[in-house]
Design a protein. Sequence first.
Length: 703
Amino acid sequence: MAEKLRIAADIGGTFTDIALIRADETIATRKVASTPEDYARGVAEGILELIEVENLDPADIGEVMHACTVATNAILEGKGAKTALITTEGFRDVLEMRRIRVPRLYDPLYEKPPALSPRKWRFEVSERVDFRGEVLTPLDEASVHAAIDAIQAAGIEAVAVCLLHSYANPAHERRIGALLAERLPGLFVSLSVDVLPEIREYERTSTTVINSFVGPPVKTYLDSLRDRLAAAGLPPQFFMMHSAGGIIDSRTVTARPAQIVECGPAAGVIGARAAMLQAGFRDAIAFDMGGTTAKASLIEDGQFLRADDYEVGGGISLSSKLAKGGGYALKLPVIDISEVGAGGGSIVWRDRAGALKVGPHSAGARPGPACYGLGGTEPTVTDANMVLGYLNPQALAGGAVPVDPDLSRQALMRVVAEPMGIDLDRAAHGVHELVSTVMTRAVKSVTTFRGRDPRDFAMIAFGGNGGIHSVSLARALGVSTVIVPPGAGVFSALGLLYADIETSASKAFLRRIDDLDPARLKGDLAALGQQVAAELSRPIDAVTLIHEADFRYRGQAFELTLPFAQGLDLTADAAAQARDAFDQAHERTYGYRLTDTPVEIVSLRVTARVPKAAGGLPEYRARTPAPEHSRSVYFGPEWGRIDAAVIDRAALAQGPRQGPAIIEEYEGTTILPPDCTASLDRQGNIVVTLPTMAHARATEAAE
């Protein structure tokens, strides 16, 4: 009996990407337009299209892997559930006060995004527990019933419960949860002790509210997808990527949907790491640009970086101690990804002062860019690239999306060129360069903001627009090598096939590392291990457990997460090694260490992992190159508009190619400027070499 195949689907703002590894270990891909009115329809139709093209039967598919933007979009668009918050008396306004940080210091008109749970739907109850878990004021159930009455009258769809110090004693939260289940059965309820049992009132409250806010739309979507897959003869049960880079049974997502807020970008980083390791690179910047957003993440010494102090929304989603305060705090494990609203569908506009702007608003899949001819009239980044000659003027995605370049020219002329008094080529190139400037924010937040120099890393570019903008971005950052892997346009879907089954749990644990109680520490870690193994429905000896802790210098307000007590090694040497590792990590991140200041553990976390991934990425098999032709392309004022060869990836197998050239594929396009060289490595990656700064200065001097 032939082995069942695994297929993966990733929803983007413009396209839904499908990837399959055939029985002969080659890749099959498909891009279909996303269906915002019902994302599940686009996923099911895309999978069936690929199966039909490959002459397969739905019964040949054993597992469906999935990543989506449903939770993210609910937050960014404010279209989540009507969410109420029940909290301790006196803490109703925690969501408004946040951390009292303003991300735009020189913008007196800055307004923070509205709380996901409006003040009128936030209710206080009488109770109080101290940080040791001792009850100071018993729970007044009359106040709870009054809050439930108001919740019922307001037609609330989801409730978040977050009480002061409940991480130390969950009894009051558990009782409120029981009362809600008794009086309002079927209502989506999140308890902070289930979502994030850690210290920090704002982060815990915000994360719990996010979980409730996205809960109903995520559940509706997952139920719809499950039904559509079953109707198509596909496995109705499927796996979801979560934000930390592992995959879990989709049924477990329903209780903690906040863990999939960044699942799509996480899948891309998983694939990027596999590709870079096979290509012989251990240090790389993963750059993912799709139709709506651009994402950046760091792969260092062969590992992607994780964080648990993230912000979503507010113009840029990121995990940075140095640049935050504008979004909603999400304190759950995530791959350290920075995301900005800059993609192919990002709308080009001018502000009241006439300055050119790009995004964060997107034309999406419908009506899409003006060149799609589906009713969109506003110019987008894709329209600018169409005018420049970077994109096929007949159709995109291998002919699946017909386009009209005249519509791009008309839109860009009306909004940019004529009002600014510049020619069309300069206007389009200005948009292209502006997008690169916007995207440098994402890259710097995972490099320079972490004490890393981007010039020490290669860049791996993927997503539908990654190959178009990667060289411009790399040039701005001083990066000398750009790699575009096979299947780059659907790489997040491909990355889903290389993720392990994995889940995590955490617990507050505030102690100095030189004053630990080994018995309590070992007991807490063992309990967390049992919890995560149970979530994966596996005995504890069938999973790999990874122990970590959040460390800080005493008196600090933020922590760094580092490995700790692996294998429950709790000797004095282990504590000393943890102290030294933290000092080094702190110095690398912030530029200094405090050797005379005690170090504390704030939280413990345990991850359970079951290897699920395939081995390496499939071997690249070169085919006969497509016939070469040329078209007029504008590469900026330095080179102007010149004829560039239009080739495919297979043409590079014949040897390195000097620019200018446009490398067109079904999944995406790669731009090769005149001063760059492209070659193909053994894995089939396009390797673009940029002139180094020293070479550029020598050339300028010679001229």
